[in-house]
Structure formats: structure tokens, C-alpha cells
Design a protein around this ligand. Structure first.
Ligand SMILES: [Zn+2]
Length: 331
């Protein structure tokens, strides 16, 4: 395939708006590979970074941190990756030397560069990424299932930090795509999930509840940016329970009163979870490939990249589950 000089791309130059147009294709430098994007997933974080900005966002930027595609060019010094291979992209680039990296938490690398935040992402026909970040796809795994590996990886990180164990009662606040993947990931690890969402439409769709049950949970995960969910989850946490701070809160809503004496007497843990490590990408792809976790029914919309505006409206209105975007480059 001859590489084109330009590609379709979504560019955010200032918070609150984006442009759809042509951008130059950046050829891979040493240690990088160029990927032709086949599918990119849209998540609530994309809505947040485009409309409100994000702590880690550096502008101007092509967003998109959920990417599957095919290798079309390989930079100098790259081994083990060949043109034509289908790959999933772990969205992080890490140093491998700092304390976080050495402890196996490269998502917290002090030099972390996230695709779609610090460097250009997958809302484009092509994306250039470090060879370090790609994971080859097994033949049996389709692109549109494989792209779930990114949101699922973040859920696996949260479940790992929650020390989830078989038989654990798992309460998840927020029945959107992340909450649903947390529930399915937890179930795959032997936990018993309950989804709680104050929106009756969402709760009903997943067989969840609109308010917490009387029984306590061993693990509570907050997958919705609402302070009320944290209040409810703290009330619903069992002795020795673990509360996972999975979703951030609006900038002015991040202070929630918690009774530290309750944490003390009930030996409860509060733990944050942000992003995912490379190994979570491998684990997620293995789960998706083995069929131990099904996601195909979660795709509610397949849209061309050019329709990002409508797609964001669906996410904002909570009208969608998972939206997949497809660049439509001519080959
Ligand atoms: Zn590091």
C-alpha cells in the first residue's frame, strides 16, 4: 500500500470545540510504528476532554485512546512487528525506569505520555505510536471486539486494586459502558456484581437497581462522576470492604465528607484507579479472545469518524452504550 500524505482527523485546538479535516500523516521515527486505524472507540472521557478539557490534555491534539488497526510502516530499530499485522494499542508510553514503572504501575509513570492526551490519538485515518505500546491481535479476535481491550483494561486495573476475589459481592455505580465492563470483568473473576444507576432506563437495560440494596458489598466501584454515588457506596461498604475511586468528579465536586472512624473500625480501604498497565491490555485481549467475557452486544452505534459531533451528543445524553467510529480513508 502506498502511504497517503494526508488523512482524515479530528483536531481539538481549544477546549469546547473540534474540527474535522485533513492532517498530515506523520511517518514513524525510530522506535515507532504507523498504524492505519480500522476502528476507534468513543468513551465518556473523549466527551470530557473535548468539552471541558482534562488534567493530562495538551493542545492542539487529535483525541482517541481506544485504537485497533493494521501496521503500515515501521520505524528504524523496531523488531518483532511487521507491516500488515493487526494490533491493539496500549495508550501509554512509559519510561521503564521511574519508581512507578519499576513497581509495575507504568500507568503512573512520572513521564507518562497518553495517546489522545499528550500525543495524537486514533480519531484519524492513521496514528503513529511507539512500538513499545502495540500488542499483536490473535487471528480469531475481530477488530471491533479487540478495541474493547482499552476500556476493559482500565476495569481490570480497578478490579485488581480492589483485590477482587471469587464470591465477592461487587457493587458498581454507573451502568454505562465502563460500569457494564466492570460488572462483566468482575463476574469473569468469580465476583457477584450488582449495577446501580439512578437513571431507570440504564438500570433496567442491564438488570440493575436504581438505588443500593440493603445488603453490603465487599467491593464498591464508582463508575459515574457523581458525589451522591460516593455517599451511597460508603454507606453500602461491608467491613473490610474496598471502595474504588474509578471515575473522577467535576472540578468543584471532588470533596466528599468521609468518616475516617468508620474506615478505622470497619477496616475499610479506599483506593483510586486511573488508566491501566500494558499487562492489563494483554489480559483484556486474552479474555476477549477466549470468550470468557462477551462484549458484542454492547456496541450500540457504528458511525463514520466524520459524525463525531452526533456521536458526542449521544454520549452526552446517555443515549448510547459503546460507540465505534470508523475512519473512511480511501485505500
Ligand atoms: Zn516511568
Amino acid at each position: 500500500m502506498r502511504l497517503p500524505h494526508t488523512m482524515q482527523a479530528i483536531t481539538v485546538t481549544e477546549v469546547g470545540s473540534f474540527e474535522f479535516g485533513r492532517r498530515e500523516v506523520r511517518l514513524p521515527e525510530p522506535g515507532e510504528v504507523l498504524i492505519r486505524v480500522t476502528v476507534t472507540g468513543l468513551c465518556r472521557t473523549d466527551l470530557k476532554i473535548i468539552r471541558d478539557g482534562h488534567r493530562d490534555l495538551i493542545l492542539p491534539r487529535i483525541p482517541g485512546e481506544e485504537v485497533v488497526g493494521r501496521i503500515v510502516a515501521v520505524g528504524a530499530g523496531v523488531s518483532g512487528i511487521a507491516i500488515g499485522q493487526r494490533v491493539y494499542v496500549y495508550p501509554g508510553q512509559w519510561c521503564g525506569e521511574c519508581q512507578a514503572c519499576r513497581s509495575g504501575a507504568e500507568n503512573l509513570c512520572r513521564a507518562m505520555r497518553i495517546m489522545g492526551f499528550h500525543r495524537d490519538g486514533g480519531f484519524a485515518g492513521f496514528v503513529t505510536v511507539p512500538a513499545q505500546s502495540v500488542i499483536l491481535l490473535p487471528d480469531a479476535l475481530s477488530d471491533e471486539i479487540a478495541v474493547f481491550a482499552e476500556p476493559l483494561s482500565c476495569c481490570l486495573n480497578a478490579l485488581e486494586l480492589a483485590r477482587i476475589a471469587p464470591g465477592d459481592r461487587l457493587g458498581i455505580w454507573g451502568a454505562g459502558p465502563a460500569g457494564t465492563l466492570l460488572a462483566r470483568g468482575g463476574a469473569a473473576k468469580g465476583a457477584v456484581p450488582t449495577l446501580i444507576d439512578s437513571d431507570p432506563r440504564r438500570a433496567e437495560r442491564c438488570g440493575g437497581l436504581t438505588s443500593p440494596p440493603k445488603d453490603l458489598f465487599d467491593v464498591c466501584v464508582i463508575a459515574v462522576g457523581a458525589a451522591s454515588a460516593y455517599d451511597q457506596a460508603l454507606q453500602a461498604l461491608a467491613p473490610r470492604g474496598r471502595l474504588v475511586v474509578f471515575s473522577g468528579l467535576p472540578r468543584d465536586g471532588g470533596h466528599i465528607p468521609a468518616d475516617f472512624n468508620t474506615l478505622h473500625y470497619l477496616e475499610q480501604t479506599v483506593v483510586g484507579a486511573y488508566g491501566c498497565c500494558y499487562r492489563h491490555g494483554q489480559e483484556a485481549l486474552a479474555m476477549l479472545a477466549s470468550g470468557s467475557l462477551h462484549v458484542a452486544d454492547m456496541i450500540s452505534h457504528r458511525m463514520p469518524l466524520a459524525e463525531l459531533g452526533q456521536a458526542l451528543e449521544l454520549v452526552a445524553a446517555r443515549e448510547s452504550m459503546k460507540i465505534h467510529l470508523y475512519p473512511t480513508e480511501e485505500s
